[in-house]
Every structure is written in C-alpha cells, then in structure tokens.
Design a protein around this ligand. Structure first.
Ligand code: OSB
Ligand code: MG
Length: 374
C-alpha cells in the first residue's frame, strides 16, 4: 500500500456526564481521527485511526495539538516515503522519532484498517481472537460525595456492567470504597484507579484498601515509579496493576521482572499501537501476569477495535470497554452496545464499524489535510 494523503479531523463530543479523575474533569471527549488514503492493488482504500491523546498533557506527555503537530511535521513525511507500507512495519519506520506513542498508534491504526479492508478481514480474525463477546466493565469518575458515589455505581450495576472501577484520589478513597461494599456486598468485581495520585509515603493509608476484596489497585504511584510500585506491592495484599507506567513492551518487561505488576492494563494508544499491545499481551501471558483492556473514553471506532483486541485469550479480567452510551448521547460510528454484561466482538471487515459522515461533520472542530511534499 502507498499512502497518498492524510486528513486529521479534530472532534469534540459532549459527554453524558462530566468524567472526573485525580488529574482532570472532562465534559467533552476531544481527540482527532486519522483518515488515510492509500493506493493499493485493489484501487484506492481509506483507513481510519483514532488518537487517544487528551486535550491537556495530564495523563501522559502527549496532547491533541502535540499529536497533530508531530504527525504533520515528522511522522507523515516518513510514511509518505514508504513504497510498500504495511501495518506491521509502521512502528519500525517511525522508530527514530522518540516518544509520541499515541500519535504513532493513530497512524498505525489507520494503516491497519486499510490493510484489513484490502484483505477482507476482521480485526478479530487478524489477531486470532477466541471469543465472540467480551465482559464489559465501567470506569466511574470521582463524585462529589460518598452518597453520590454509591448512587452512580448502583445505576451501573443495575444496567448489568460486569465490573466496577472507581477513580480515587487522596481524600476520596477509603470512605467511598467502604460505602460501596456496604451498599452492594462483596459479590461483584470492584477495583480502583488512582491515576498516579499517591506516593510511597501513603502506603499505610493505601493498605487500608486491602480489607475490601478489590480485584486490583491501578497505578497508585507516578508513571516513572516502577520500582516504587514493586515496593508498594510487597506492602499490600490488593494486586498491583499498572497503567501509566507501561509505555512499551520493554516497560512491561521491567515491571514484571521487578514484581511491580501482578496485572497490566493494556491500552494500545499508550504503548504505540495495537501491535505493541499484542506483544505486551503475549509477554504477560508467558509470565502468568493477568491483563485487561483499558479505555481512554474512545469513540466507537477505537472502542470497536478495543473489543476485538480483548478477544485474545490473555485478557482474563473485564476491560474498560463499556457501551457507547456510558459516555455519549451520540457516537460517531454505530453505537457499541453493552448487553448482559458484555460487548459483542465486531465481525465486520476492518474494525467492523464506520464513521458516520453526518456525525463527523457535527462534532468536527477542525481538520488538516497533509499531502506528500514534492
Ligand atoms: O486511567 O484508565 C484510565 C480515561 C482517560 C484517561 C485515563 C483513564 C481513563 C479511564 C476511562 O479510566 C476508561 C474508559 O474509557 O472506559
Ligand atoms: Mg488508569
């Protein structure tokens, strides 16, 4: 395949309710979508990708404008120079550009979608997925009060979500977790995510979570603190799970060998793409480390791709793969539906969903066409 042009569409989609984490409060989903046109043996094919960069650099160093800038200045020119571009070689072509995994991932995703269309293949078939549905977990933001936390979680349990993840931060943690267990008992999967809000000094405090039978605690310490997570893991019974710290397969190897992660949250965008994510899945499986599929409040496009990824056998815990309606009144693709605690793994060619041109028009705030320089 030969890349002919790229269009980066910036979109802003209103959220059904604000989503609050230890690092920010979001009221819109802001990201950009990549529309990539290729010349192929079967004629022109368009592939779509989605960047999970957030509007500000608070979860990771990247942000929407940095992703667009590095793509325009550095990544696109490299890919325009490749005569036989395949999904499997994108990360290799881009290897000299340091960092920017989310920007790279969005490009690889667009190449991958076009390649799957060329071969008439679904993403699940390409990966070797083994199930038709994946358990659907929901990520619950920090609420204004303990009562509100219990009420919101009760609503998701009533909807049938297979697992609850609650965002925590200092001062919004033990009382919330205790109240949720008191209200709904011990019989449902429950875990917490701190998004790097604590330090090792808080270990005595965090140990108090051990009595609530949580599936795991996600990223209590900083992104760079892999060794410190291994120290904390020795002090806590709750299994340690890393998100922000796992920026590559190498970081996953370090975390596993240091005992910093009994569980890994896999997010393709954070690690440079779905193919690097598959490597981490395989590495973790070989080490007996459980993985689950994380989420970045994706639109239906990446949400569908995530559901396919999670059909691989190592994904033994429910992922943050909720229905579109968890975040959006209207999605930009066909709605991803949670039913009976699961989401169906798409079976259609490519990622099995398509961008609705009317919705793209409605939610688009800007777009940039990038062409090869002569
Ligand atoms: O830490 O998992 C996280 C969303 C944005 C940034 C970081 C995180 C999240 C979520 C949302 O928890 C998960 C989802 O998309 O359902
Ligand atoms: Mg997380």
């Amino acid at each position: 395949m030969k890349l002919k042009s790229l269009t980066l569409h910036q979109v802003s989609i209103p959220l059904v309710t604000p989503f609050e984490t230890s690092f920010m409060r979001e009221t819109e989903k802001d990201c950009y979508l990549v529309e990539a046109r290729f010349d192929t043996p079967a004629g022109e094919i368009t592939g779509w990708g989605e960047s999970v960069t957030m509007i500000s650099p608070l979860y990771s160093p990247e942000y929407v404008a940095s992703g667009i800038d590095v793509t325009r200045r550095w990544l696109a020119p490299i890919l325009f120079g490749v005569d036989d571009l395949t999904a499997e070689t994108v990360s290799w072509h881009l290897r000299h550009v340091v960092g920017h995994p989310m920007a790279k991932s969005a490009l690889e995703m667009a190449v991958l979608e076009a390649q799957l269309k060329l071969h008439g293949q679904s993403f699940k078939e390409y990966l070797g997925g083994v199930v038709d549905t994946v358990p659907s977990g929901v990520s619950v933001g920090i609420q204004d009060s303990v009562e509100e936390t219990v009420k919101v979680i009760g609503g998701y349990l009533d909807e049938g979500y297979a697992r609850i993840k609650l965002k925590i931060k200092p001062g919004k943690d033990i009382a919330e977790v205790a109240a949720v267990r008191r209200a709904f008992g011990d019989d449902f999967g429950f875990q917490v995510d701190a998004n790097a809000a604590y330090t090792l000094v808080d270990s005595a405090h965090l140990r108090r979570l051990d009595e609530y039978g949580l599936l795991l605690i996600e990223q209590p310490l900083g992104e760079a603190d892999i060794r410190q997570h291994s120290e904390l893991a020795k002090l806590m019974e709750t299994p340690m799970c890393l998100d922000e710290s796992i920026v590559s397969a190498e970081a996953a190897a370090d975390a596993i060998s240091l005992g910093a992660a009994a569980v890994i949250n896999i997010k393709p965008g954070r690690v440079g793409g779905y193919l690097e994510a598959k490597k981490i899945h395989d590495l973790a499986a070989a080490h007996g480390v459980a993985v689950w599929h994380g989420g970045m409040v994706e639109t239906g496009l990446a949400r569908a791709a995530n559901a396919s990824m999670a059909s691989l056998p190592g994904f033994t815990l429910p992922g943050d793969i909720s229905g579109s309606s968890r975040f959006f009144h209207e999605d930009i693709t066909e709605e991803i539906v949670m039913h009976d605690g699961v989401v169906d793994v798409p079976t259609g060619v490519g990622f099995g969903v398509s961008i609705d041109p009317g919705k793209l028009e409605k939610f688009r705030t800007d777009s940039l066409e990038i062409l090869p320089q002569r």
